[in-house]
Design a protein around this ligand. Structure first.
Ligand SMILES: Nc1ncnc2c1ncn2[C@@H]1O[C@H](COP(=O)(O)OP(=O)(O)OP(=O)(O)O)[C@@H](O)[C@H]1O
Ligand SMILES: [Mg+2]
Length: 254
């Protein structure tokens, strides 16, 4: 095999590797109890699990917002545990929280500018790149985010996070609280953004739809990895279907 062929076939190293993470808010109470995850460049990875499983806490720990007590989080091979969110943004991590993820009194454009506050010189270039993915944001750039629908706000939150051209984008429940039609649009958007080369880790409450679109998925239950595999493998696993996708999982959510 020539050198060029080797380079083409060798898998690229994972962008983000979380290993045996232990995290929680109150000392002595671990919410994340040894959860692991990895994401390769260009991958779309999903995390599903019942309410209160610790999915948001897992994301917050990766973004320096929840105290980590054990395990490691590596970004391009470097341990990032203990780093502040602003430092992580500078290093290429972007995060869209589950709630309160736009500045409602600011216009769309001002929200996008907030996303790029560390690299203001890139404004024109990044505005063009992000609005090519989300044209709505350019069309309505002077509209205040607080006046938008849930689905439109989600676009603003996504756009804000994409402004830095992140190495990895962490999305916490992008479809939460949206109408069924808007939920469908939300999944389409995430797929399209991933298809543009953006590496994504997505937490989702709509487990079925999530597993249909991701390359690989993890089932988080009580702070631990219960199952992992490709989206297709997880959808085909009777245990996953029974516990997390079937009537049992639905009844536990109501
Ligand atoms: N800021 C906090 N301080 C203390 N405990 C918290 C905090 N946030 C969440 N928890 C607790 O951590 C546990 C996991 O919550 P988390 O929000 O991570 O779950 P989740 O899987 O994202 O749930 P959901 O599906 O409802 O979004 C819950 O018991 C919750 O009460
Ligand atoms: Mg959550």
């Amino acid at each position: 095999m020539t050198k060029k062929e080797t380079a083409m076939t060798e898998p690229r190293p994972d962008v983000l590797v979380v290993d045996e993470l232990v995290a929680g808010y109150v000392s002595g109470v671990d919410i994340i109890r040894g959860a692991s995850l990895s994401v390769a460049p260009g991958e779309l990875v999903g995390v599903i699990g019942p309410n209160g499983a610790g999915k948001s806490t897992f994301m917050k720990a990766m973004f320096g917002l929840a105290p980590v007590r054990g395990g490691s989080i590596r970004l391009d091979g470097e341990d990032i545990v203990g780093r502040a969110p602003s430092d992580l943004v500078a290093r290429g991590v972007a995060y869209v929280p589950q709630t309160n993820n736009v500045f409602p009194s600011m216009t769309i454009e001002e929200n996008l500018r907030m996303g790029l506050y560390q690299q203001r010189h890139r404004w024109a270039e990044r505005f063009d790149a992000v609005t090519a993915m989300l044209p709505f944001l350019a069309a309505r750039r002077r509209t205040r985010a607080g006046l938008l629908s849930g689905g439109e706000r989600q676009m603003v939150a996504l756009g804000r996070a994409l402004m830095t051209e992140p190495k990895v984008l962490l999305l916490d429940e992008p479809s939460a609280g949206l109408s069924p039609i808007n939920q469908g649009d939300s999944f389409e958007r995430v797929m399209q953004i991933n298809a543009q080369g953006v590496t994504i880790v997505m937490v989702e409450q709509n487990a079925q739809r999530c597993l249909e679109i991701v390359h690989r998925g993890y089932v988080l239950d009580q702070g631990c990895n219960a199952y992992a595999g490709t989206g297709r493998e997880l959808l085909g696993d009777p245990k996953v279907v029974e516990l997390y996708l079937g009537s049992l999982s639905r009844s536990s959510r109501t």
